[in-house]
Design a protein around this ligand. Structure first.
Ligand SMILES: *Cc1c(COP(=O)(O)O)cnc(C)c1O
Length: 429
């Protein structure tokens, strides 16, 4: 494949945008080469500026669960735009999407909309601190909760891809309030709690981790965290920015039947527009301004275009629950095919999958936490990434990301992907 125009656009971009991108993982730094500039996308395919057609397994990092330019979503946005794009005043559609989200997700009574997953997680932690009157938080190595200061301590996703899980610019004061624990290690969490008795406001985690590749919780992990939180008056925050409205209509809370005290959303909830949200029981949410003391605000929060896209998306998912089965089945089919392709070429690999999230780690050992994820063979990942790209299959340009399966993918697309994998597997070490 040729990427001439992408290359020259990237060169231009680098002159005026740091690294040529507005979010680091897009830059291909971890895999080498030139990022691909998109011309347009429809359904399961990206069409780039050089005329290449790619089967897309990133889907804007999750939001496009029904594929790109999904008509009901696009139409909702166009219709709204004609009536004005922002008012800084309340609109009816905000209540509509809030009511729908509250109906779809268990254990939440009120929800507030923001503009990104980062904002949602940052605000959720502030709320937890304000509500409990405690300062410290526990996060897990390899979990990503956006780029706000408190979370850039051993974070996953782009932060680990570039080897800077702890960013300059995060003050020592902030870092000391973020305590680290190992994912899927309850005993370690217990130790951290007992070393910081009565100081911990919340535990935040991706209940199914997706930012160190896909890592599901081991049996009893979420239930164990729930109990530790109850016993120690700690709030449990599920960061469902990736998993919400994807793994089930009600997210991981529904799938694993474990209650969170605060839940954060992003990605799917915005239907491809910039939306995040956080939600909890009314008693907790009423701690927020304007009725409570915890301040949180946003000029463009609840923006009508964003709400229109999000509402159209959630309605589709709510009214066609079969979609969740459909994407899960497609992912299962892909999993089986990738397994066969990699096994037949004697590649050392581990595939983790849950629902429509799947990832390949080039390691023979089970991958269940950050250390085991980081132990995989990154050289093989680079070869795999570029090999798949040459075959017209676009996966995330980092070994620490999940593939997001969208319902627009056909079984023929999956077969094409599996055939590409078999071909590329021959080139791996
Ligand atoms: C993507 C992501 C975020 C950050 O969301 P942004 O919209 O990129 O700010 C937070 N948490 C998780 C689990 C995510 O996957």
């Amino acid at each position: 494949m040729k990427y001439q125009r992408s290359s020259s656009l990237f060169a231009e971009a680098q002159k005026v945008i740091p690294g040529g991108v507005n979010s680091p993982v897009r830059a291909f730094k971890a895999v080498g080469g030139t990022p691909i500039f998109v011309e347009e996308a429809k359904g399961a395919y990206i069409y780039d500026v050089d005329g290449n057609k790619l089967i897309d397994y990133i889907n804007s990092w999750g939001p496009m669960i029904l594929g790109h330019a999904h008509e009901p979503v696009v139409n909702a946005v166009i219709e709204k735009a004609q009536k004005g794009t922002s008012f800084g005043m309340p609109t009816e559609i905000e209540t509509e999407i809030a009511a729908l989200a509250v109906a779809m997700v268990p254990n939440i009574e009120k929800i507030r909309f923001v503009n990104s997953g980062t904002e949602a997680c940052m605000s959720a932690v502030r709320l937890a601190r304000g509500y409990t009157g405690k300062d410290k938080i526990i996060k897990f190595a390899g979990c990503y909760h956006g780029h706000s200061d408190s979370f850039l301590i051993q974070a996953g996703s782009g932060a680990v891809t570039f080897g800077t899980p702890n960013s300059p610019g995060v003050t020592v004061g902030t870092a000391k309030d973020t305590l680290l624990a190992n994912f899927n290690d309850l005993k370690n969490v217990e130790e951290v709690i007992s070393a910081n008795k009565n100081e911990i406001a919340c535990i935040i985690l991706e209940p199914v981790a997706g930012n160190m590749g896909c890592i599901p919780p081991t049996e009893g992990f979420l239930e164990g965290l729930r109990k530790l939180c109850d016993d120690n008056k700690i709030l449990l925050i599920f960061d469902e920015v990736m998993t919400g409205f994807r793994l089930a209509a009600g997210g991981v809370q529904e799938l694993f039947n474990v209650k969170a005290d605060i839940v954060t959303f992003g990605k799917v909830i915005g239907g491809g527009l910039p939306v995040g949200a956080f939600a909890a029981k009314a008693e907790t949410m009423d701690y927020l301004a304007p009725i409570g003391p915890v301040y949180q605000a946003g000029t463009l929060s609840g923006n009508p275009l964003a709400m229109a896209a999000g509402l159209a998306m959630l309605k589709e998912l709510d009214e066609n629950r079969e979609i969740f089965n459909s994407i899960n089945k497609k992912t299962e089919y892909l999993h089986k095919g990738l397994d066969e392709a990699l096994t037949s070429e004697n590649v050392k690999y581990t595939i983790n999958r849950i629902g429509s999230m799947i990832s390949i780690h080039f390691s023979e050992e089970p991958v269940f936490d950050f250390t085991s994820a980081a132990a995989a063979n990154n050289e093989n990942f680079k070869i795999f990434f570029h090999g798949m790209l040459d075959e017209g299959v676009y996966i995330a340009p980092s070994a620490f990301e999940t593939w997001f399966i969208c319902d627009a993918l056909s079984y023929e697309d999956l077969d094409t992907t599996i055939a590409a994998c078999k071909k590329v597997a021959k080139t791996l070490k």
